[in-house]
Write a protein that binds this ligand. Structure first.
Ligand code: FE2
Length: 462
């Protein structure tokens, strides 16, 4: 009897939740998938295999070396010896006419780990929208390795560009699916929204998992720039191991072009690619009033020129709007600090991760509130950005399926599945956004929207 009553109650709750959601127009997807967390791929998995040859360069990755892509920073690791710091590059694979000299470094973590030789070299004076071939490692040995990339087009108001959007990737079989799906969907560059390797989920923050992760993603990031946002899994703050410098593995391994945008730390900066001005913020560095990040962002928003880069995109790890119970309201203090600025600046999109699920909002703001007036309800705002939570890369911690009910007005679509998204900017007025869940074939689009630009064409819908 008690069982029947419980069943009836459960049905009533589900129906009420559905009616509530339906009345508000938001969708909570009922797509069925395994919610089971998977362990990281085994250390001997083929995607982690070092390249053949003694001391062969591995973990090759690139990111912008300046603000707009006329410079590219190439990073790689040689495991045994320092080897050469030189990147050879040119317009033809068989004629690498130029060289860029870099540096190397090593770091230790805890008592057990010492990194290989981590090299960084910045190629400068590149032309926009041009394919370059490059090679790392000693030139005449069998272990030298060659790759290529295409620089972003010159910033301009109607320059098309396609970003991949990936967050919280990790290195499970789900992570591998996410990367493969992104590769199949294709993009020109990735906006990575934080939480890379999840090495800190292993005993002693096993930094060998930073190495395996970098070998795993090389197949994409050696060929196109990934723009890095930091997440909590980059902190690696471990006083119990004697490690008290936050972001030590990340900053040794992943340079960012922060100086080019006037930033004083690698964790917050901006790039301007094609028709987009991308601002990267750091959820885990101080952002209160008068702090370096606060002062930088205040100035940076004044430097955005929508006549040249119409699309203003902000990347931040901890979401400001998420209706998932996991990490609930962790981004609230930063929202209070900065949301007004982004609404005033008419930002187009805010990308976040951290919550291992997918969610897209309407254009919403909650900027009327002050400590005395009691107005604390998020409302539609034509000048506000769309918030996208893309923390669904597929890491070791599994999915976050604890949605809160009723689904808030502002939540258009939410689903606990792993996946990735792309943002294809068409011109100054329109950009096409789509989200792919890994459980489907790559041609299936599970959520999509046309975004209209907040500066040039601010419609009341998307
Ligand atoms: Fe996170």
């Amino acid at each position: 009897m008690a069982m029947e009553a419980a069943c009836v109650l459960a049905v009533v709750v589900v129906v009420l939740a559905f009616l509530s959601s339906a009345a508000r127009g938001g969708v909570t997807s009922t797509y069925r998938r395994s919610l089971q967390a998977l362990p990281d791929m085994p250390i001997d998995a083929d995607v982690f295999r070092p390249p053949p040859g003694f001391n062969a360069p591995e973990q090759v990755h690139i990111t912008l070396g300046d603000q707009t892509g006329r410079a590219m920073t190439v990073s790689w690791v040689t495991p045994k010896l320092p080897d050469s710091n030189v990147v050879r590059y040119g317009l033809r694979a068989d004629n690498l006419t130029h060289t860029a000299n870099g540096t190397f470094r090593r770091y230790s973590f805890g008592r057990k780990y010492r990194s290989g030789f981590i090299h960084h070299a910045t190629l400068t004076g590149l032309d926009y929208g041009t394919k370059y071939h490059y090679a790392v490692g000693s030139g005449d040995t069998a272990s030298a390795r060659s790759f290529s990339f295409t620089t972003p087009p010159k910033p301009g108001p109607d320059v098309p560009y396609k970003f991949g959007l990936i967050g919280d990737l990790g290195q499970t079989f789900h992570s591998n699916d996410t990367l493969s799906h992104y590769e199949a969907c294709g993009g020109d560059a990735v906006l990575f929204i934080g939480d890379l390797s999840y090495a800190d989920n292993h005993p002693g923050h096993d930094n060998n998992r930073w190495d395996t992760w970098a070998r795993f993603v090389e197949r994409s990031v050696a060929y196109q720039p990934w723009i890095w946002t930091t997440g909590n899994h980059e902190l690696d703050f471990a006083p119990e191991l004697g490690e008290t410098t936050p972001f030590k593995p990340f900053t040794n391994r992943y340079p960012t072009p922060f100086g080019a945008s006037g930033s004083t730390r690698p964790l917050w900066y901006s790039v301007r690619m094609a028709s987009a001005h991308v601002i990267v913020l750091a959820s885990y560095a101080a952002y209160g009033k008068y702090t370096p990040q606060w002062r930088w962002l205040e100035g940076e928003l004044r430097r955005v020129d929508r006549a040249v880069t119409p699309w203003l995109i902000v990347c931040v790890h901890s979401p400001w709007y998420s209706s998932n119970g996991y990490h609930y309201m962790e981004g609230e203090s930063m929202r209070v600090e900065f949301e007004r600025w982004l609404v005033d600046a008419k930002a187009d999109v805010v990308l976040a991760g951290h919550v291992h699920s997918y969610e897209r909002t309407r254009r919403v703001s909650n900027v009327a509130y002050d400590i005395a007036n009691g107005m604390a309800t998020p409302v539609f705002n034509r000048s506000a950005p769309v918030y996208i939570n893309i923390g669904d890369g597929g890491n070791i911690e599994g999915l976050a399926d604890d949605f809160r009910w009723p689904q808030p007005d502002y939540s258009v679509f939410r689903e606990a599945s792993f996946g990735h998204a792309t943002l294809q900017i068409v011109n100054r007025t329109h950009a096409f956004y789509e989200w792919h869940r890994n459980s489907d074939g790559v041609k299936v689009v599970a959520d999509h929207a046309w975004f209209t630009n907040r500066y040039w064409f601010p419609t009341d819908t998307n």
